[in-house]
Design a protein around this ligand. Structure first.
Ligand code: FMN
Length: 328
């Protein structure tokens, strides 16, 4: 029998894929132009955007952010996405492992190392769960899937709209600090689409967090997802800090993954030039997977990033980080 967490995870994937559940508000990337270099003085073929993430080499600075696990079909989704990450040299995160705390045999729906032995792999748990479970148990989630890091997700917006959601964020920062201190792997804290601002980024850095995924507004809206699932305090469809604003606020505080509404490699390249170290996305990967277009989506995304590097005269990621921009 599926428990509540399992059926919720299944609803989320189905609703997002079928209905979209995207913000009307934009990320802000449409107001950022990379400045064209008419004389790039490099060959497109010499552009190399490889980098290291969680101490592992990847070919492109792209993270497929955590989405699923914990119900039968999720096993296939995680394995397909992870295998693509292995094939194209990207990083990958599984979705919340809460379901397997409640039902340990669900671990098989998160395990991907057989198809993705070399990639940076992230475990995932909600910040609320850290208050409930000891660090040893959280560590066993990481170990059970041989992950390189733990992504702790912040989803206050989603929980407050969800009829059965947790609404007491008191003590979450202290719980994050404890996990950072005792866990066997580094911690990345991510939002889920409503964004992280500078004040929060600084507090997380002080707590011992090593990376941030700012997951700003402009892509998947978790309030819309929850409205599609049922009742909730109305009016919060557009709540959240746009992705570009999050990058500008958080750059320099910690190594950054920029995500939330990134749909093309051009937006990914803009995110890097704005100050992120990696770009990431969830929705377009699951959408492409379900449409049987995952390979072509990733190939196009990578080519777009490479062409942006070429047309700004950037041979590598550190050049792309310094690419000139104009705000429209
Ligand atoms: C179907 C789906 C399920 C998700 N489940 C999780 C999850 O379990 N844990 C998590 O940290 N984020 C989860 N997310 C949030 C994403 O990782 C991401 O932060 C957010 O969707 C914004 O990125 P996007 O606009 O590219 O989708 C999920 C996203 C999608 C689309």
């Amino acid at each position: 029998m599926a428990n509540q967490t399992e059926s919720r995870k299944k609803d989320h994937v189905n609703l997002v894929v079928d209905k979209g559940a995207q913000y009307t508000k934009t990320t802000g990337f449409e107001r950022v132009d990379l400045i064209h270099n008419a004389l790039p003085e490099i060959s497109l073929f010499s552009v190399d955007l490889s980098t290291k993430f969680f101490n592992k080499k990847i070919h492109y600075p792209i993270l497929i952010t955590g989405m699923t696990g914990g119900y039968q079909d999720a096993e296939k989704i995680n394995k397909s996405l992870a295998a693509a990450a292995q094939k194209y040299g990207l990083a990958f995160g599984v979705g919340s492992q809460r379901a397997m705390i409640e039902k340990p045999e669900l671990v098989k729906t998160y395990k991907v190392r057989d198809v993705a032995p070399d990639i940076p792999l992230l475990s995932n748990i909600g910040a609320f769960q850290l208050k409930k479970y000891p660090v040893d148990q959280i560590d066993s989630l990481v170990q059970s899937i041989e992950a390189d890091g733990l992504a702790i997700h912040l989803n206050a917006l989603q929980e407050v709209i969800q009829p059965e959601g947790d609404v007491d964020f008191g003590g979450v920062l202290a719980a994050i600090e404890k996990v950072c201190d005792k866990l066997s792997v580094p911690v990345i804290v991510k939002e889920t689409g409503a964004g992280i601002n500078q004040e929060v980024a600084i507090a997380l850095k002080k707590a011992g967090v090593k990376y941030l995924d700012i997951a700003g507004a402009g892509g998947t809206s978790w309030s819309i997802v929850e409205y599609l699932r049922g009742e909730g305090v109305p009016g919060f469809e557009e709540w959240g800090i746009p992705t570009v604003e999050c990058i500008l606020q958080c750059r320099g505080v910690l190594p950054l993954v920029a995500s939330g509404g990134i749909r093309t490699g051009i937006e990914g390249a803009k995110a890097i030039a704005l100050g992120a170290d990696m770009c990431g996305a969830a929705y377009p990967f699951i959408k492409a997977l379900q449409a049987d277009e995952l390979d072509s989506f990733i190939e196009t995304f990578q080519k777009q990033m490479k062409v942006c590097a070429y047309l700004t005269g950037s041979k590598n990621l550190s050049d792309l980080k310094k690419a000139k921009m104009r705000f429209l």
